[in-house]
Write a protein that binds this ligand. Structure first.
Ligand code: MG
Length: 667
């Protein structure tokens, strides 16, 4: 009997020991367990922390944590541009994300809707589709800030309770230990994601801090976790590109929002230094961002502006020199020029379409930073105030973006052509391609990008959209360009006949010279000349808009049969033996969204050193039946290195188009 009792007691001891061990392990990130590390990473001499310091030094950390929470709840001098916790509001979409999150259905990515459920016991490694973005962006916690807004708007503590739970659950299940858990660290601790959390947690902190679930102990857990994030970025900044910009801007946030951390000044300074340096590296003199992707160009503007807004709100604007402001202004004007009258952007490279509503909001923010810029004001007020630029067509010769336009209004005829230098990751090998807007519609939308990166299947999808052959340009044997290094040989943006001549040595022994004439502000004549000793099939590609298109192999014509408003006729005049091929194609202007359309190519064999030459006339018309009869031919019988002359007939009316190049090509 004694032994039995003894064994029960002993077992009880074991059980208690086990329970205690479990509790202290879990206590590592527990809302009720204080993390004393917090007092070591804070500068306790920071004004306002006197009481915290005294209590901590007296060994009363629980009381010190309470005093620290009181301090933060009363703190009003530090502001962030994203939210005003005193005037909370939430839209329908964000409210849904907040409510779904209560059941662990997390809004991770717009391309994957409806959202996936991550289980009652949250599985932060769940990866239902092997697209890297889906797993990376889970760790951006996009539903946390909406939960905070829902909490503030409704006053319902369930949002705060759940946020605290999920915040700690994430810490517990996603340790930063690359040696033991490299696979998960690659996703959860990628610097871009870490920086995203650094920024958004400044909003969450402000929104949730009044809650009773935001306990003094939780505050210590939060601060230790936040500090680990900033420290991680400091040692792991991305090497280049937009990631580095994002990370730097968010370190400015971290250092500004929590000046109480010992390293806060260092964080802020590192961010400011990087932005000041990178704005010179990543932005060409004409204002184009070097990834040559309108979406990332826009993102870069907003990064630079966010840093400025944070500096403005918290009194360190003079840490950014005037040159920084001038560059941002040039970037905005670059974007305003390459976009269409409905505020949408060309979807070159990895760009997605940004809607008008969002752009008007952007222009309003920018107009506050650049109040004297009349064009920005015009776009911010949808034309009610300010004024349009005095010019129409505009070239950006460093970035290789060229805009032909006859108006800034919705009725404009506007071509945006991309033919720039070699660019960074998000850029596609598409030199010479264009989009064309006419009277309210985009008649030549780019194929877009559809997805970024992931396993084999996802990469295959990405690669389809990246192909040179699915752009409005020329390939050799339908292969991707080997070189994307366009040289502008002529840009003449004024008068009845405006001209661009751009040249890309796209393949070994094959150079593509594309001449575009914009005639009478009405139609385009595109002349493609392929020179060099390379042999094979030369393919001139055009991506047709969606809808009914009459076409004829006899005269190589495509004519849209759309409703009145925006139509066009395209006709190609090439070598005698030229063939025409129609293939199914895709167009994607949002992640994981695409529709079918027709890809067309005109193909001719290049068998000798002689140039292969094409003339394409694209004639926009309001009504399909107004499409004119077209004819075109070369007047110079052979390719000339420094000139070109073509004759075009529109309804029988003759027109000669010519260009002469001053300098010899540098080769
Ligand atoms: Mg593209």
């Amino acid at each position: 009997m004694k032994t039995i009792i003894k064994s029960i007691i002993m077992n009880k001891v074991y059980i208690y020991a086990i329970l205690f061990a479990l509790a202290s392990f879990a206590g590592h990130a527990d809302a009720q367990t204080l993390n004393g590390e917090a007092f070591g990473i804070l500068n306790l001499d920071y004004p306002g922390l006197e009481k915290v310091k005294a209590l901590h030094q007296a060994g009363q950390d629980e009381k010190a944590a309470e005093a620290l929470l009181d301090y933060y709840r009363a703190r009003t001098n530090i502001k962030t541009p994203e939210i005003n916790p005193q005037k909370p509001s939430i839209g329908k979409e964000e409210r849904k994300w907040a409510d779904d999150a209560l059941q662990h259905t997390f809004f991770v990515h717009k391309g994957y809707q409806p959202s996936f459920n991550y289980g009652e016991d949250i599985d932060w490694r769940y990866w239902p589709v092997r697209d890297n973005e889906l797993r990376w962006q889970l760790h951006r916690h996009k539903w946390f800030t909406p939960m905070g807004k829902a909490y503030r708007v409704t006053g319902d503590e369930k949002y705060a309770k759940e946020w605290v739970f999920q915040y700690l659950d994430w810490i517990k299940k996603n340790p930063l230990s690359p040696q033991d858990d490299a696979e998960n660290v690659r996703f959860a601790w990628r610097p871009l994601e870490v920086s995203n959390r650094l920024q958004d947690q400044t909003s969450q902190f402000q929104l949730f801090i009044p809650s009773r679930h935001f306990t003094p102990a939780f505050l210590t857990q939060f601060l230790v976790n936040y500090h680990r994030h900033a420290t991680h970025i400091l040692g792991h900044y991305s090497k280049q590109g937009n990631h580095l910009l994002f990370e730097a801007q968010r370190m400015i946030y971290a250092g500004t929002f929590f000046p109480e951390f010992k390293e806060a000044k260092e964080w802020r300074k590192s961010g400011i230094d990087i932005l000041n340096e990178q704005i010179g590296i990543q932005v060409y003199a004409d204002g184009g961002q070097y990834e040559l992707d309108p979406h990332y160009h826009l993102a870069a503007i907003n990064i630079f502006c966010k840093a400025l807004a944070m500096a403005n709100l918290n009194g360190f604007r003079d840490e950014f020199p005037q040159a920084y402001l001038d560059t941002v202004e040039r970037m905005i004007m670059f974007y305003a020029n390459i976009c269409f009258p409905d505020y949408t952007n060309p979807c070159f490279s990895d760009a997605k379409l940004t809607a008008k509503q969002e752009m008007v909001k952007n222009y309003r923010t920018w107009s506050k930073i650049f109040p004297r810029n009349e064009a920005i004001k015009y776009f911010a007020t949808e034309g009610r105030e300010g004024s349009l630029p005095a010019y129409l067509s505009k070239g950006f010769l460093d970035s290789g973006f060229f805009v032909f336009r006859n108006s800034w209004g919705a009725d404009a005829t506007q071509m945006v052509l991309k033919a720039g230098p070699e660019a960074f990751w998000h850029c596609q090998p598409d030199n010479g391609t264009f989009e064309l807007w006419f009277n309210g519609a985009n008649l030549f939308p780019d194929s877009g990008s559809y997805v970024y990166a992931g396993d084999g299947e996802v990469m295959e999808e990405r690669d389809w959209f990246r192909q040179t052959a699915v752009h409005n340009t020329v390939t050799l044997n339908n292969k991707n360009l080997e070189t994307t290094q366009s040289v502008t040989r002529l840009w003449q943006p004024e008068g009845d006949v405006q001209t661009l001549v751009t040249e890309n040595p796209g393949y070994k022994n094959l150079t593509h010279r594309r001449t575009v004439f914009f005639v009478d502000g009405t139609y385009f004549v595109i002349v493609d000349e392929l020179t060099g000793s390379a042999k094979g099939f030369v393919n001139l590609h055009y991506q047709m808009p969606r809808g009914e298109i009459a076409n004829s192999r006899e005269d190589m014509t495509f004519a849209t049969q759309f409703e009145d408003g925006s139509n066009m006729k395209l006709q190609c005049f090439g070598p005698e033996e030229m063939t025409m091929k129609k293939e199914p194609g895709w167009c994607s202007t949002a992640y994981r969204k695409r529709y079918k359309r027709m890809n067309v190519s005109f193909n001719a064999k290049k068998e000798s050193g002689d140039a292969v030459r094409y003339i394409t006339v694209i004639y926009p018309v309001k009504k399909a039946k107004e499409a004119p009869a077209l004819a075109a031919k070369f007047k110079n019988k052979n390719f000339s290195d420094n000139s070109l002359s073509v004759e075009v007939k529109v309804n029988g009316k003759k027109r000669t188009l010519e260009m002469t190049l001053d300098e010899k090509r540098n080769q």
